[in-house]
Structure formats: C-alpha cells, structure tokens
Design a protein around this ligand. Structure first.
Ligand SMILES: Nc1ncnc2c1ncn2[C@@H]1O[C@H](COP(=O)(O)OP(=O)(O)OP(=O)(O)O)[C@@H](O)[C@H]1O
Ligand SMILES: [Mg+2]
Length: 450
C-alpha cells in the first residue's frame, strides 16, 4: 500500500485529501507546514509520494521541494497550486516536481496524477534496480596480491566523493574499475556516463561534454544536454583523458572548482553534482613534461590514484579469468560447457599478454567458438603459446615425467637451433658433449643430419 504525505496548511484540504486517498486504499500522512513535513520524513521509511502545497507559511513549497529533491531524490513530489501561483507551479517541474495540480482540487485529477506519479516512480526504481544488477555482474576477478590491493583501494575510495584517476596498460580493466567505483558509491542510483575523450573530434568535445543551446553554432538545431548534465547525481567516466585538448582540460578543471558550467552558446549557469573518474593508458607525468597535460588538472584528478596491474604482474589470476570467460562465453553462445586442459592452461599462464585481460578474453572467445569438442588443449592455442612437449600433449603423470618431457623438448629445440650439431649444442646449453649424447639416446631423439 503506497504511503502519501500531504503537506498543506489548510486543515480542510488535508482532511478531504486524507478521506479521498484512504478510500482508494492509500495510507495518508499529513503535515501542516514545510518544516514539519521535512522533519517527519524518515529515511528508513520514505513516503512513496508527497502532495505539496506551494503557498505555505514559513518555508514555502518550492523550497521544501528543492530540499526533498536533494535529500530524497527517489521520492516523487506533486505540487498543489492556488490560482495565484500557477506560473510558479510550472517552474517547479524544473526543480524535480513530477507534476502539479491546480486548486480548487478535483478528486479525479488528484487520483489520476497520484496514480501516474506512483507508476512513474515504480518504473524508474525498476530501471535503477536493473542497472544495479547489470553492474553487479561486473566483478573484478582475481585473488593475486596486486588485484586484492586494488579491490581494497576501491572499497575505501568508492564511498567518498573524491575524484579518481585510473592508470594502466591497454585492456587491464580500467573501465571495469571505474564502474566498480560507481557501483560501490552512494551514487549508485544515479547515472554512470562513460565518455571516450579520444573518440570525439576536438571541435565537438565541448558541446559533447557541456551541451549546447539551439543555434549556438551551425548545425545546432536544437538544445542538447551534455554528458556532464546527463551525469548529474552520478558519475562521469572520462576515458582516455590525456587525449583532451588543453582548452577542454581547462574547462573540466573549472567544473571541479565551481561545480557549475554553461552550455555552449548559453548564458545560464548550470549547477551539477558529478563525480569525475578519469582513465588513461598514458604516463601523465610525461605528458605534463611535454606540456600536453595540465599539471593542476592532474593533481585534481589524481586525488585518488588507482593503478591497474598488467596481467603479466599477476599471472596467478589467469586460470580464474580464463575459466570464467570460457563459462560466460559458452553460456552466451549456447554451447555445451568447455574447459581448458592443464597443458593449455599452462600455455596461457606462460604468455605475456601485451593486450592484458582484453586479449585473454578475446582469445578465449575465439577458442570456444573454433574448438570442437569440450576440451581446449594446448594444441588449439596460437603457436607461440604452446608450451613444449609432455606439457602440451599428454596429461602429465608425475613431476619426473614432466621434467623428462620438458628436457626432451628443450634438447630438440636447441639441437635444431644449432643445426643438429652436438658439440655446438652441448656448448650452448652448458653440458659435456658425452652427456648430451647420452641424453639423446635415452630420449630416443632422432638426430637429423643435414
Ligand atoms: N579483473 C577482471 N575481472 C574480470 N574481467 C576483467 C578484469 N579486468 C578486465 N576485465 C575484462 O576485460 C575487458 C577489458 O577491460 P576494460 O575495458 O575495463 O579495460 P581498459 O583498461 O579500459 O582497456 P583500454 O585501455 O583498452 O580502454 C572487459 O571485458 C572487462 O570486463
Ligand atoms: Mg577502456
């Protein structure tokens, strides 16, 4: 049953609204002034809707609305206006009122507006829950020391409003970290807006970020809201931030200092509440030296610096990442479950992954699709990733077997590199010629002769 808070200084109006709403099965609460209304709102049990009179003694309805909209963003408010203040009522929709109804109140109009507002708010709550769910699906996988330290830093930094700068090589998971910061913050119900600064042409970036007024420049046919405005109440993610021009950097810096900006070609200053998270794979200290990145912006952004480790620095995370990606990919492609053989996993762990987690994920996707059967073996991996011999082909039975397998492969590859010349190979690998000959026999290596 929806709970509706009625705020009006006229007792007659309160009583009749309570009657009408209770008849429809709503629970009705009342307050005779704005102050009392605000004091009565309990964060643990928010009303589902507020019916708010504009002309109130003390703090008027507009002020009360603005406070409700900032403190309890999710509570819809419907304004009630007398004939003297319809214009004001229209303006309140700008401050977040859902709608307004004119006095004298018509029962039908009240009920219709209440139903609409409740429905609308239910939809936006649902929408928000879906968004949160989608974000939750994006876990940061791995238990290495490097990734655990990062996850801990995120946990500490997320609930603050501090600006964050995420650095790391290509494909390490910078965007994923940005999304986690948002998800674990108090802004989670607000939007997460990602802007790839490198993808926007220089002449458009300002209007992209800040929006523009109709007619601000050729082609500006209508007013457009910028990404900062769209991110109000949430987080804006400035990806590839080092690719912004110095001029744009200056404007972004001003937003931080003043929490306000103007649309391109607009005179109106807009106040916004946005948390900025930036990311780059460049070394910003070097960009500053070269004069292509503002030092003051760097210090502002790097209030919370987060470095995402490369996959090479945390090889122990490769198995869990690979297994998770295989499972996700099989499910998404509706294929039977597949798995890497130990030898294949060995190959993945030994690779250097210049493209980091993204490279791993892409490879896994390709392998899942291209490999028939339910096992992905070392032989299915791209050539440079196959580890030698016993490891790659048969299942390894014991450490002794593994060592022997490795030794055999090692010898074959060195012999072949040295033109099957036993003396030279023995020299290169640092053992006596005789002992190499013995090993060749015992491993039954067929020496090719030129
Ligand atoms: N620790 C992790 N756990 C699970 N998935 C990860 C992890 N790190 C990265 N990924 C996945 O790898 C892919 C690349 O990550 P992301 O796009 O966040 O990287 P990036 O650093 O922003 O890359 P680029 O520098 O290319 O922009 C995504 O699919 C992401 O979900
Ligand atoms: Mg990225």
């Amino acid at each position: 049953m929806a709970r509706i808070l009625i705020v009006d200084d006229e007792e007659g109006i309160r009583t009749s609204l309570v009657g009408v709403l209770e008849d429809e099965g709503f629970e009705a609460l009342t307050a005779p002034s704005g102050e009392q209304a605000l004091a009565s709102i309990d964060a643990d049990e928010l009303p589902d809707l507020v019916l708010l009179d504009i002309a109130l003694p003390g703090r008027d309805g507009v002020e009360v609305l603005r406070e409700i909209a900032t403190r309890w963003r999710e509570v819809p408010v419907v304004m009630m206006s007398g004939h003297g203040n319809v214009e004001t009522a229209v303006k309140t929709t700008k401050y977040g009122a859902y709608d307004f109804i004119e006095k004298p109140l018509s029962i039908d109009k009240v009920l219709l507006t209440v139903e609409h507002a409740l429905e609308q708010s239910r939809l936006s709550r649902e929408n928000r829950d879906l968004r949160i769910q989608a974000l939750r699906a994006q876990e940061i996988l791995g238990s290495s020391e490097a990734i655990s330290a990062l996850v801990e830093q995120i946990r500490l930094a997320a609930p603050t409003n501090g600006w964050a700068l995420i650095t790391g090589e290509n494909g390490t998971g910078k965007e994923l970290v940005a999304r986690r910061l948002h998800l674990e913050s108090r802004r989670v119900a607000g939007p997460f807006v990602a802007v790839n600064c490198a993808a926007i042409p220089e002449e458009l970036i300002e209007s992209e970020l800040f929006g523009h007024e109709k007619g601000a420049f050729t082609g500006a046919h209508s007013r457009k809201r910028g990404q900062f405005e769209l991110a109000h109440g949430g987080t804006i993610f400035l990806d590839e931030v080092a690719d912004m021009s110095l001029m744009t950097q200056a404007k972004v810096l001003r937003i931080l200092q003043e929490q306000s900006f103007m649309r391109v070609g607009g005179g109106e200053t807009l106040n916004i509440d946005v948390r900025v998270i930036a990311a780059t794979n460049k070394i910003l200290e070097q960009e500053i030296q070269r004069g292509s990145f503002r030092e003051d912006l760097y210090y502002r952004l790097a209030v919370i610096p987060l470095r995402v480790p490369s996959l090479r620095e945390r090889r122990e995370d490769i198995p869990v990442l690979a297994r998770t990606f295989v499972a996700q990919c099989c499910e998404a492609s509706q294929l039977p479950a597949k798995a890497f053989t130990p030898a294949a996993m060995e190959g993945l762990c030994a690779h250097d992954w210049p493209g980091n987690v993204r490279e791993l994920r892409n490879l896994v996707e390709r392998l899942v699709i291209m490999t028939p059967g339910t096992e992905i073996d070392a032989a299915d991996l791209p050539t440079p990733m196959r580890v030698p011999g016993a490891l790659a082909s048969e299942p390894v039975r014991s450490l002794g077997d593994a060592r022997r397998g490795f030794e055999r492969d090692f010898l074959v590859s060195r012999l072949s590199e040295n033109g099957w010349n036993i003396t030279r190979t023995a020299e290169v690998i640092g053992i006596a010629r005789e002992s190499l000959s013995r090993k060749i026999k015992s491993h039954e290596i067929e020496v090719e002769r030129g």
